[in-house]
Each structure stands twice: as C-alpha cells, then as structure tokens.
Design a protein around this ligand. Structure first.
Ligand code: AMP
Length: 608
C-alpha cells in the first residue's frame, strides 16, 4: 500500500507523521526533533537553509530569514494583516504581481507558496529518510478558518514541493481524528487550537462507527503565540525607551533578539512564576555606549499584558457553541492543541469556560500531524473504516445589485457540497455575464474576501431576461471552490476555476515546481555527496595509517605487492571521484574502499 504522509504545516513549527501498523507515528528529523521550525533562510553565499539550521542563524541573518510565512499565505498585499506583519517582521515583504505579497531574500523575490514549499520539501525528505523510499502523496493541514485563497495557496505549496496533496484537512479536525481514532466512542468534543499564529475552535461529533462530523468551526487566522510575544516585546521596548530614550525598533538585530527573548520568557512563565529577560549589548546609545536590557517579568504581568487575547479566544468559543446549537455541558471532552495551550492562563480560561478539565494524553505539538497521517492512510486504504465530514468555515456567495452579498453556501455547511443558481440577462442582446465570488459573513460584498471573478461569454443575443445561465458553485473536501456554468439555452457548458486574485498563475506555478525540483535534486546530490565524502575520507585516513604496517607484513610476497598496488589505486580513484563531485560513483567506490580497509585490518590483525 502506498504510504501517505501527514504534514502539520505550522506557523512556527511543522511536524510529519505516518501510519505504521495502524498506529500513527511522528517522524523525527535528523537532529532527533519531532517538530521542525517552519523557518527558511538564504545565507550570504546563497545557500538555502530550512528548519533548525535556519532558526539558529536567525539573529545574525534576520533580514533573510523567514518565519511565520503561514500568516501571509493567500493574503493580499494591501490587507491589514500583511501591513501588520510588515511592521513587525525583520524580513522584507514586497508587493507581488497579483495583489499578493511576496518576500525578498537577498536578490530574489519569492512567493509565499514557494517559501512554504521549502518547509514541505524538508518534511518530505525527513519522511523519506525514515521510510527509505520516495514519498509522493501527502495530507496537509490548515487552520479551519482558512479561506479558499489560503487553502489553494497551501495546495500550490505542496505542488511546488513535489508532493501530491491528496487532501487538505483542518487542523482541529485532524486533532479530533488522532484523539478518536480506533477508540470506538460516541462523544461530542471541542478542539481548542491555539498555535503560534492562529486560533481555531471546532465542535465535533465522534461516533463509534468511525464517523467524525464537524458541527461548527470558527477562529481567527491572526491570533496566536506571536501576538503574545509581541505584547512582551512592546512592553520591553516601552520600558527601555523610558529608561534610555532609545527606540530598540530601529535596529533589526535588536528586534530579532527581543523576539527570541520574549518568546523564551513566555514559555518559561508556563513553568515558573517569574523570569528575567537579559539582553546584554542590545544597542548602542547616541554617545556610543553599549546599552543592556535587563527586566524581570512575572507570570501575573504576562497574564495582564495578554488578557484580552485569551478573552478573545473564549469569545470565539462561545460563538461556535451557539452556532452548533449546543450548551457547554453537552461538550464531553475538550482537546487542547497548539504550543500556546501550555500557558497556564490559557488552560485555566478554557477549563473555566467549558467547566471541565481539558483531556490529558494528547500531545499538543504532535496531534495534528498524527491526525493528518490517519486521514492520509484512510484515503488510500479501504480497510480503515473512517469517515470525515468537515464543514466550510465561511459563507460563499456572489455580489448582486447594490454591492450586496448574496449567500449561496452558508458557513458550517458540510463539505463537499454544491449549490446552483440561475442567472438571466438584464439587457437586450447581452452576450456576457460577470460573476464576482466572495467568501465571508458581511452583508456588504466588498467587506468579504474576494475569491475571484469570471465572465461567461458567448450568450445568445436575445431580449433581456430570455437567456438563462445555470451556475453551480462547488466546495470540495479540501474546502476549495470551483464553479461550473451551463447556458440553459444552448446547453453549452463552461467550467471556471475561481483563481483568487492573490494566487499564482498556472505558468508561474509550473515554473516554481520546476525550480524546486531542480533544487531538490541538487540538494539530494549535495547531501549524498557530503555524507559519502565524509565516509570516504575517514576510510582513506585509516587505510593510509595502515599502509606502512601492511607493507612490512607482506614484504617480499607477490600477493602482497599486488594487494598494495590495488589498494593504492582504490584510494587514488576515490580521491578522483571526490574531486569530480561524482556522488553516485563515490557511493559505489565506498564498497571497494571498505573491502580494502577490512583486508588491511585483517592483514595487520594476522600479523599481530
Ligand atoms: P504551534 O504553532 O502549535 O507550534 O505553537 C507554537 C506557539 O506555542 C509559539 O508561539 C510558542 O512560543 C508557543 N509555546 C510553545 N511552548 C510553550 C510554552 N511552554 N508556554 C507557552 N507557549 C508556548
């Protein structure tokens, strides 16, 4: 059975898992970590770094190190969220060709899906290293509250990374799958998911027959751990300004150090009640004196600084319950997901609201990846009895006269789903109709997210109202929207892909896939070469060391002379392969080198 990996593509960390013997397991990266930072950097030498290695050099290469790209995916350059990121991120966010935002790293501009693809490619390699074979298919998770543009952009990222993303699933739903898989329980659960960048809440019914049905979902794609960090940063910057009349925001390096220190302090305060933020030589004063930042932060202060953020999550929980038509006491279990749920105040707020302790035994960093792996296997393996019924988080509709929003598919409708609507011409001899599609909850179309617009052409010339076009709006299981139109007059059909104006064109996508593929091949060869080189060098050094002894032992014998000549030529050929950078040849040569090494050890051993 083909293996399908599950990837939790997080704002700050990503995690990859696979189902083995009906049990989902998280795959550790080469460093032994089960989560990999979703960070990408380009070094001065033009080298691409992903994961821990990118994180480690972030302070010294802040402008060319990207974190939290997920906050930008599928967003328009002029959106408030992007402006907000531009004010706080040390890397350069620039205007893209389709109203989208892009990131400039050194002299190249990257689309956000390309950046996410680098992380996905890394997760693919981690799984391939572990499984020992190539992986093609994946299930990737997204926040439940992602709209069509954000989902499509995530799917594009998968394609660029060389992955066939067979399903996009919602993070809280994935968590519920991991929680309920194989348990045969009937239960109504709430999944509270507060990660680095996003907040989601979903209410699900789990049945003992393996049906996972989402009843309602809500969230905020711009509310997460980073906002908590930002509050600490603001507090530190303000305090520093009062004390030294110096604005730390002027200095990108200082800002990056502050960011790291703020996050560290926040995490520490989940375990202790006070911590010291200590950043020596943070900046120089106008008189060129080195200034140091040193401040004590207590858990109570942190809670005060972030009180409204926690309250907002609770407010969204309340709305979701209402939407689901349920009372708090009907929720039988609360599953906590995301690193931020380690914060005691968050745990207390959730317990207070649901009037029960959250369920134990679910790992907040791994549960989403595990759920994605379960869903991935269920999609290719008929023997797994599991049905997932998710919902669309936003209402889908079109703009009508007066710029009002006409609802077609309401939020929280189970997906896949479709709805048809008939349009008639309003003018005589009208040969085209323009349809503008939005997603959101406002009555005013333009206050919602524009998904795209299309024009149906080639209509028969006729008096107004005589030509009717039937348009079907479809949301698939990934939550992605497509539109099909049929001219009822002629029976002619047109299929239209609603490409978000912030998305990539097909040509751009093809080019990015090609570039990433070349990079993946180059990287693999590179990595293979590095490993093989190291092995070869170690073996050569050992053989060289043994030469004098072996020569002594075999001196005078023809067999011995032949063996030495052969060994020399093996070593020389290996050096040549290393010089040529022939990774494949070198890997084969290592066998010959190992044999020579074994033979030499044997000769020396016998002699001893
Ligand atoms: P996630 O997106 O689920 O990987 O969550 C990452 C977020 O969780 C980041 O904002 C982290 O700073 C935060 N986080 C991780 N561990 C802790 C902790 N012990 N206490 C508070 N926040 C944490």
């Amino acid at each position: 059975m083909e293996k399908v990996i599950g990837i939790d593509l997080g704002t700050f960390n990503s995690c990859v898992a696979v189902l083995e013997n009906q049990t989902p397991v998280v795959i550790a990266n080469r460093g032994g970590y089960k989560v990999t930072p979703s960070m990408v950097a380009i070094t001065e030498a033009g080298k691409r770094l992903v994961g821990h290695i990118a994180k480690r050099q972030a302070v010294t290469n802040a402008e060319n190190t990207v974190y939290a790209a997920k906050r930008l995916i599928g967003r328009k350059f002029d959106s408030a969220q992007v402006k907000n990121s531009m004010a706080t991120c040390p890397y350069r966010i620039v205007d893209g060709p389709h109203d989208d935002c892009r990131i400039q790293l050194r002299d190249k501009v990257y689309s956000i899906p390309e950046i996410s693809a680098m992380v996905l490619q890394e997760m693919k390699v981690i799984s391939e290293d572990y499984l020992g074979h190539e992986i093609q298919k994946a299930v990737v998770t997204v926040p439940a509250y992602f709209n069509d543009g954000q989902r499509q952009a995530t799917k594009d990222a998968g394609a660029i990374a060389g992955l066939d993303v067979i399903r996009i699933i919602n993070e809280p739903t994935a968590a519920a799958l991991a929680y309920g898989f194989g348990k045969q329980i009937d239960r109504t659960v709430a999944v509270y998911d507060l990660g680095g960048g996003t907040f989601d809440i979903s209410i699900l019914e789990i049945s003992s027959e393996g049906v996972f049905k989402v009843i309602s979902t809500a969230g905020d794609t711009f509310l997460g751990g980073e906002d908590f960090d930002q509050r600490i940063i603001d507090w530190l910057v303000q305090g520093f300004k009062e004390e030294h009349s110096t604005d730390l925001r002027q200095d990108r390096m200082a800002l990056q150090r502050l960011k790291d220190a703020a996050e560290k302090a926040k995490c520490e305060l989940s375990g202790v009640t006070e911590t010291e933020v200590n950043l020596p030589f943070i900046i120089s004063s106008t008189r060129n004196e080195a200034l140091h930042l040193q401040r004590l932060l207590t858990r109570a202060q942190l809670e005060e600084l972030t009180d409204d953020l926690v309250a907002r999550t609770v407010q969204i929980c309340e709305m979701t319950l209402e939407e689901a038509g349920l009372d708090k006491d009907e929720i039988e279990d609360v599953i906590m997901v995301g690193g931020m749920t380690r914060m005691p105040r968050v745990q207390a707020a959730v317990s207070e609201f649901f009037e029960r302790e959250p369920c134990k035994g679910v790992h907040p960093d791994e549960v989403v990846g595990l759920g994605a792996a379960i869903q991935g296997s269920a999609l290719v393996d008929d023997s797994i009895d599991m049905v997932l019924l998710d919902v669309t988080p936003h209402t889908l509709g079109i703009m009508v006269v007066g710029e009002y929003f006409e609802e077609l598919i309401p939020q929280n409708s189970t997906v896949p789903t479709s709805r048809s609507k008939e349009f008639t011409t309003v003018k005589d001899n009208q040969t085209a109709v323009k349809i503008i599609v939005f997603q959101g909850e406002s009555r005013r179309a333009k206050e919602n997210e524009l998904l795209g617009e299309f024009i149906l052409t080639g209509l028969r010339r006729a008096p107004a109202g005589e030509v009717t076009v039937d348009v079907t709006f479809e949301i698939n299981a990934d939550g992605i929207v497509s539109v099909f139109a049929k001219d009822l007059d002629t029976g002619k059909e047109q299929s239209i892909t609603v490409t978000a104006s912030s998305g990539l064109t097909e040509d751009e996508l093809d080019q990015m896939v090609e570039e990433a593929r070349e990079f993946a091949v180059a990287r693999r060869t590179d990595e293979g070469m590095e490993e093989a080189k190291q092995q070869a060098e170690t073996l050569i050094a050992e053989i060289e060391k043994l030469f004098p002894e072996v020569e002594q032992v075999v001196a005078g014998s023809d067999f011995g002379r032949d063996a030495i000549t052969k060994a020399r030529s093996v070593v020389d050929a290996t050096r040549e392969l290393m010089e040529r950078g022939d990774a494949a040849g070198l890997k084969e040569q290592i066998d010959a080198l190992s044999r020579t090494h074994r033979m030499f050890k044997g000769v020396v051993g016998k002699a001893g």
